[in-house]
Design a protein around this ligand. Structure first.
Ligand SMILES: [Zn+2]
Length: 565
């Protein structure tokens, strides 16, 4: 009996040792940039029975958390310390694999700092108001990033290289000489001119628009008839609406209009306020508001940021900007109505769609409903019966759309070129190293940002991808599985990235354990070979316990796909 038990025990432990599953987690320098931090967090990773880590080692305007001849070490790393080298040692001692995480497309810092100060021409020359992005169209930029990633692979015992932000922001046209010439050479026609200073203008627009104008005068429309810019007078005051996410996605014609409007309002720093509603802040990240602040500042208008507790301080006749404030409480809506009636001015950018049922708000904007969400290339044209917006030369929408499709094709190629170059170089240096990428989880979203990961998998220039499916809605995750499995039925090269945090009242908090567990169960039911969590900062004791006593109770070695021939 004893022998039987021992044999059983041995057989079971042998089986444990054989078990393979990719149990990954992303981590930031804040969890490993000093020896103490690394020790503390690697202990937690180990306790949770995770077996693969993806530490961020290059971001923030070309800052490194590894020793590089090409990029300076981050300033907050103790003198002489090598964060990545230390982490690799600690991880490997515990059987944990390490994939070096690079942020490729997004610059991650003000363009006035870091790498762009040495190489200003490495920044994408897109439309104004966007974030800083690398121009991957330039061979110099791609070569630099390739050399940097390969330098890391050569000098460190890492198990793989991990791309992130391997894409653009969605604004794909680059106006630099190189891209303009290369584009013209490839496609045989001149690329689009820089935006005209008057409408009509063609823009790639994401909008959750207001609709059904009542008293609002429509100044411009999208080419499917939905109002794009409206103005509404109410007693002594006025409200202007720019009906899309225009901050960060503007054009010269809109910049001119907004400038004229704010000048007409008499907007000065002392009487201009950008209002954040509590309800919006609780549900959405502040990125949209920040973009609006930067955009207006760039146009010469500084606004004081305020919340609803300070409404009483706003003087009569002032200007209030509401950018991306989708939710507005009843009290604030009433206040806005009396403020405008008494001669106040409002500029709405990306209007209060989820609050438009309130009659006060309807009277302020002069609209009483919404129009369907869209994300598409749209021509914005001046409305016929108005004289505020003077019309510029006509735009042939069909032709321009075709050109823009070619831009997407061209920019997609530039991203794929970097992936190919790194893959090829990595396999030469270390054939056993894995090259992988964090990607948008839905194909149509990935396509819009020039991230052709389905194409990379088909071509074989990436070993596996980690789609970032951070949704809290399991029906959306189920749809994602259907999409992934249609392309990769065995889930051989797709490892889902799941979130372990949620947003509550504008703050990131650890995600409900039952939700994390249910999503892990969905991974199991869809026969995935593991998953990745975002991110380590939210790996708390409760989650460690849930994992190590539940789905990860049995230790496992990291799973990887079959080697490509
Ligand atoms: Zn360019």
């Amino acid at each position: 009996m004893k022998t039987y038990l021992l044999t059983l025990l041995l057989a079971t432990s042998a089986c444990f040792a054989e078990s393979l599953q990719h149990r990954g987690i992303w981590l930031h320098p804040d969890q490993y940039k000093t020896p103490q931090l690394a020790e503390e967090w690697i202990g937690k990773i180990s306790a949770a029975h995770l077996n693969t880590i993806y530490p961020l080692i290059w971001h923030r305007g070309g800052t490194a958390w590894f020793k590089s001849k090409l990029s300076p070490m981050a300033a907050d790393v103790p003198e002489g310390f090598d964060p990545l080298g230390n982490l690799v040692k600690l991880a490997h001692a515990r059987g944990i694999a390490v994939h070096a995480w690079f942020v490729n497309g997004s610059y991650g810092g003000p363009a006035t700092n870091g790498l762009f100060t040495l190489h200003p021409d490495w920044q994408l020359q897109g439309e104004k108001g966007g974030d800083a992005w690398y121009d991957l169209g330039k061979p110099a930029v791609r070569n630099f990033q390739r050399d940097l990633m390969l330098e890391c692979l050569k000098n460190y015992d890492v198990d793989g290289l991990h791309f992130d932000y391997i894409r653009y922001s969605g604004q794909v046209t680059c106006y630099c000489d190189h891209c303009q010439h290369e584009f013209a050479g490839k496609y045989g026609f001149r690329p689009m001119n820089r935006s005209e200073d008057r409408f009509p203008a063609l823009l790639d627009i994401g909008a959750n628009p207001l609709g059904k104008p009542t008293t609002a005068k429509v100044l411009a429309t999208f080419d499917h008839g939905v109002p794009a810019i409206t103005v509404n007078r109410l007693d002594a005051g006025e409200a202007v609406l720019v009906n899309w996410q225009a901050a960060g996605n503007s054009c010269l014609a809109l910049d001119n209009f907004v400038k004229d409007t704010l000048e007409r309002f008499g907007a000065k720093p002392k009487n201009t306020y950008q209002l954040h509603t509590t309800q919006t802040a609780a549900k959405y990240q502040p990125t949209g508001q920040e973009k609006a602040r930067v955009w207006l500042k760039g146009l010469g208008f500084s606004a004081k940021l305020i919340d609803e507790s300070a409404l009483a301080k706003i003087p009569k006749g002032a200007t209030v900007v509401l950018a991306g404030q989708y939710l507005v409480g009843e009290e604030t809506a009433k206040w806005l109505e009396s403020f405008v009636r008494a001669g106040g001015h409002c500029l709405f950018v990306d209007g209060p769609v989820f609050a438009i049922k309130q009659e006060s708000l309807q009277r302020v904007v002069g609209m009483r409903g919404t129009a369907p969400f869209f994300h598409d290339w749209k021509v914005i044209s001046p409305a016929p019966d108005q004289d505020v917006l003077k019309a510029g030369p006509p735009v042939d929408a069909a032709k321009e759309r075709q050109r823009m499709e070619k831009w997407v094709e061209y920019r997609t190629w530039t991203v794929t070129e970097l992936v190919r170059a790194v893959y090829k170089g990595a396999k030469k240096i270390k054939p056993r190293a894995w090259v992988n990428a964090a990607v948008f989880y839905k194909k149509d979203s990935a396509d819009k940002v020039c991230q052709d990961w389905y194409g990379w998998l088909r071509e074989g220039c990436i070993d596996y991808v980690l789609p970032m499916a951070y949704t809290e809605k399991n029906e959306q995750l189920a749809q994602a599985f259907a999409e992934w499995r249609a392309a990769d039925p065995q889930m051989e090269r797709i490892i889902p990235g799941l979130s372990i945090y949620s947003r509550q009242e504008g703050k990131a908090v650890p995600r409900d354990l039952a939700l994390v567990r249910s999503q892990l169960d969905m991974c199991r039911d869809n026969a995935t070979h593991g998953n990745l969590f975002f991110s380590l900062a939210f790996l708390n004791d409760e989650l460690i316990k849930m994992l190590s006593s539940g789905p990860y109770a049995e230790p496992a070695k990291p799973w990887y796909p079959k080697r490509r021939k």
